[in-house]
Design a protein around this ligand. Structure first.
Ligand SMILES: Cc1ncc(C[n+]2csc(CCOP(=O)(O)OP(=O)(O)O)c2C)c(N)n1
Ligand code: SF4
Ligand SMILES: [Mg+2]
Length: 257
């Protein structure tokens, strides 16, 4: 009797001797989704990844066996723009944290959307600056404690959280925008579909594809990996609803004279 392989490690997911991420971090699972999708869509030979500054800076390039470079903080959309315009046949994607894309790099991201670049962005929303010790990010929940909001984020003096997926969906050049999680197996499958769709928009030349992941950060949330899953479903998803906010096959250029 021959046994059929139904599940294995994707060949693009590198075999690290140990994870570079903290126990319970979801970034490794997200890297796995990227590896599976690139392999299934068969564009791994022409994929170029740009990692923002943060825990994805070394983590994603080390986890994925495709061409990758790291960028100055927040500037991945600008570097990705150059890569895509020089190599239009490449499938260019950025992997950026919420401090990287939502704070220091928000202008760079918005300008890439305004220019209508044909890129794919994987946005990692863990509600804090993970790498540097858990400072408040634009995505920190109201009332959430961080090292720079020790009594809890107060919207009266630090505003309200950034809803990046809804913001991206609002932009005319964006073809796909979704928010997902990997905190349950069913959500993993939905997240994989979203990443596939976001890459497909670029491959088809339709427009920008954007996927936001709500992602656990156990050491900076001060929670066990298991309690982080509850925090995602009860607190993160209450502020950040999951779903596909935009999915179009054609952008409307009809106003062009
Ligand atoms: C120009 C510049 N400013 C500040 C820093 C310090 N710094 C490194 S990572 C980081 C925050 C990253 O947070 P985020 O993008 O949320 O990524 P995470 O670590 O949470 O994945 C900061 C402020 C830097 N490296 N470069
Ligand atoms: S600090 Fe947070 S985001 Fe960074 S590797 Fe650890 S759990 Fe993941
Ligand atoms: Mg972060």
């Amino acid at each position: 009797m021959s046994l059929e392989m139904i599940y294995g490690t994707p060949s693009l997911k590198t075999q690290m001797p140990r994870s570079v991420f903290c126990p319970g971090c979801h970034y490794g699972t997200i890297a796995r989704i990227l590896a599976e999708v690139m392999q299934e869509l068969e564009f791994d030979g022409r994929a170029i990844g740009l990692a923002g500054v943060g825990c994805s800076f070394a983590g994603m390039p080390l986890n994925l066996d495709v061409d990758f470079t790291s960028c100055p903080h927040g500037r991945a959309p600008a570097m990705a723009t150059a890569m895509k315009r020089i190599h239009p046949e490449a499938v260019v994607f950025t992997v950026q944290g919420d401090g990287d894309l939502g704070a220091i790099g928000l202008g760079c991201f918005m300008n890439a959307l305004l220019r209508g670049e044909k890129l794919t962005t994987i946005f990692l929303n863990n509600a804090n600056y993970g790498t540097t010790g858990g400072q408040m990010a634009p995505t920190t929940l109201p009332g959430m404690r961080t090292t720079t909001s020790p009594t809890g984020r107060d919207p009266q003096n630090s505003g309200f959280p950034l809803h990046a997926a809804e913001l991206a969906a609002f932009m005319p050049s964006v073809a796909y925008a979704a928010r997902v999680t990997v905190h349950t197996p069913a959500n993993f499958q939905k997240a994989k579909k979203a990443v596939t769709a976001a890459f497909q928009k670029q491959i088809d030349g339709t427009g920008y594809g954007f996927v936001e992941f709500l992602s656990a950060c156990p050491p900076n949330w001060g929670l066990t990996p298991t309690k982080c899953l509850t925090f995602i479903s009860e607190r993160m998803m209450a502020e950040y609803p999951l779903g596909v906010f935009k999915d179009v096959d054609h952008l409307d250029y009809s106003k062009v004279p």
